[in-house]
Structure formats: structure tokens, C-alpha cells
Design a protein around this ligand. Structure first.
Ligand code: FE2
Length: 336
């Protein structure tokens, strides 16, 4: 096998913590074919997944990943279980390119997608989310990423009661799903597609299985509320993260059908304290690292440890995503 040289590099504005950096980055220093790189990834699987869990995000730069099928092959060689978009309760409209690879979000360029843990607002979520940049945007379009364990620590210092409430009660999310995909919204996936059903009866059965409550609206849309889901997750002993979609739901669940002020509340039904939420948003902003995409970039993320979003952009941008290792959480037993 040809020698392949990959070096750890430090990106501008990399964050340093006691036992980790954010993000970690590896750069390919020798020319190599995609098949050679796929072999290398298979060989380095333990190390790469270990780094992802330790640091939260690992950028692979300069690897010859040109198209969706290259990205698919690279992820496949990590030997992690695919979590297909079709089976997820994601509210984003996405297009599948391969079995494992889909467009991150079809929402228009002007739509900002706020920081979130992928699918933390549903009972089933992926342990890993992987991104690949096929076409870099001309302007904007960075992927903001944020370490949620650091955010937990800072928020617990600033707003201890709020964090206690989140841990005790969890969060309940409400969203309105249209009766047909709405490509103008970041959360425009139809209820049929979201729930994987064809009729209202099937939808109701599925929602009942999931422990959701619901209401049919006059225009055929469906308003659904989750049971109380955990808002904090212990990812390893003593290491807690704000594993939820609080910021995204509170700031960004907005379209013709959805009003962010009604999208989220504590699991005991109480509204969130706006001052504490603003504190969380400000702390997260200060902890955000922006991934400035270059074509062929791949980012491996531990979805339980770090959040991601999308900045608005101009021009064309194609960032594809892949999810792996389905996990489940909730519902929270809310104390009386
Ligand atoms: Fe996402």
C-alpha cells in the first residue's frame, strides 16, 4: 500500500479545552485516490470515532471526496449503522443522493438554521452526524458548531435554576406539519413524509405509539406535541450536555404555520423564562466555531456532544449530510 500522510492541523480560532480541541482537524498531505483514502479510513476507524467522541467534531481537509458516492464510501468504511432520513422524524425537507447521503436542508439560502442537536426534539436521534461540502458557497453559508458540554457548564453557573428545571422536567416541542412538502420553510416536511404514513388514521396510530398529542387543522395540516423529552444528557460520567433543540425551536421554528413562541415549553407545561433562554443563546454564540467550507471538506460530528446550524448564504452551496447509530430517549417522568 502506498504511504499516506495525514497530519493534525490547528485551524484559526480553534478552541482549546483541558482534554480536547474544537474542532479537531486532519489534513491529507500526499496525493491519494478516493479508494486509497477509504482504505485508510477503514484502518483508522477506532481512532477517528474516538476523536469524534472526544472533541465533538473532526474536520477532514484535503481528502479527495468529490461527489456524494465518495462521501458514502468514506462513511461506510467507518462501519457505523446508517440512520436513514426516511425513518427519522426530521421536520426538514431533504433529498437523498445515496442510501446514506442526503441534502442537509432544502430551505432557501436566506433561512438561518439555528444551533441544534440533530433530532433531539424527537424520541429517536443519531449518535453521529457527518457533513460533506461538494460546492462551497460564494458568501456566508458557514456551519456554526458549538460544544454543548461547555455550554452546559457555563449556563449552570449563570442560570442554575433554569438548568435544574431543564433536568427535572425536560422539554415539550410542538410543530405544525403541512399536508404537502413546503420548500420555502426550514421545517416544511409534510406529515405524511415525516411520519411515514399515507392516511390520517395511520398518522394517528403512529403518533399514539410515539406518545405525542395532536390536532388536525382546517387546511389539512397537523399540529403535534411531543411527550416531555430529556433536555440534558450525560454523554459520559460527569460530562453533561444541553442535548435538545431549545435554541432552534425558540428562535427559528417560524414559518407560515409555526410561531416560535408556541414551539417549546418545559415538560411540566410551564413557559420558558425568556431571560434565561437569552442567556443560553448569548453563551452559545460566544462558544460557536464557524466551519468555513472548502470543497471536499468532511466533518465528523458527535451529535450528542456538539450542536450545528447553518448561516444564510449567497450563490450555490451543496453540503450533504449522513446520520448514523440510532439512539432513543425519553419520555421524562415529570415530578408532580
Ligand atoms: Fe441539523
Amino acid at each position: 500500500m502506498d504511504e499516506i500522510r495525514v497530519e493534525e492541523v490547528t485551524l484559526p480560532r480553534t478552541q482549546r479545552y483541558t482534554d480536547s480541541v474544537f474542532p479537531s482537524a486532519l489534513e491529507l498531505r500526499t496525493p491519494a485516490s478516493i479508494s486509497r483514502v477509504v482504505e485508510w479510513v477503514a484502518d483508522q476507524r477506532e481512532r477517528l470515532l474516538g476523536m469524534t467522541r472526544q472533541h465533538g467534531a473532526v474536520l477532514l481537509r484535503g481528502f479527495p471526496v468529490q461527489v456524494a458516492s465518495d462521501f458514502d464510501a468514506l462513511i461506510n468504511s467507518l462501519r457505523v449503522e446508517n440512520f436513514p432520513y426516511k425513518q427519522s422524524l426530521s421536520n426538514a425537507v431533504r433529498v437523498n443522493y445515496t442510501e446514506r447521503v442526503f441534502s442537509a436542508n432544502e430551505a432557501p439560502p436566506t433561512v438561518r438554521i439555528y444551533l441544534h442537536h440533530e433530532l433531539a426534539q424527537t424520541p429517536m436521534f443519531p449518535e453521529f452526524i457527518f457533513f460533506f461540502c461538494e460546492i462551497a458557497p460564494e458568501k456566508g453559508g458557514e456551519t456554526p458548531i458549538c460544544r454543548s458540554d461547555v455550554l452546559y457548564e457555563r449556563l449552570a453557573q449563570s442560570e442554575p435554576q433554569f438548568v435544574q428545571d431543564l433536568e427535572a422536567y425536560g422539554l415539550q416541542y410542538t410543530n405544525v406539519m403541512p399536508s404537502a412538502d413546503d420548500l420555502n420553510s426550514g421545517m416544511g416536511r409534510s406529515w405524511q413524509s415525516t411520519l411515514g404514513v399515507a392516511s390520517r388514521e395511520q398518522a394517528e396510530r403512529r403518533l399514539e405509539d410515539l406518545g405525542y398529542s395532536w390536532q388536525w387543522l382546517d387546511d389539512g395540516a397537523l399540529r403535534a406535541s411531543t411527550p416531555p423529552l430529556p433536555a440534558v444528557r450525560e454523554v459520559s460520567p460527569g460530562r453533561k450536555t444541553l442535548f435538545n433543540q431549545l435554541i432552534a425551536a425558540y428562535s427559528g421554528w417560524s414559518d407560515d404555520r409555526n410561531d416560535p413562541s408556541k414551539a417549546i415549553r418545559l415538560g411540566n407545561g410551564q413557559p420558558l423564562d425568556p431571560r434565561a433562554v437569552q442567556c443560553m443563546i448569548d453563551l452559545a454564540d460566544a462558544l460557536t466555531f464557524d466551519v468555513r467550507w472548502q470543497p471536499t471538506d468532511v466533518v465528523l460530528m458527535d451529535n450528542t456532544l456538539a450542536m450545528h446550524g447553518r448561516r444564510p448564504f449567497e450563490g450555490s452551496r451543496r453540503v450533504l449530510a449522513s446520520l448514523a447509530n440510532m439512539r432513543t430517549h425519553g419520555p421524562v417522568r415529570v415530578p408532580a
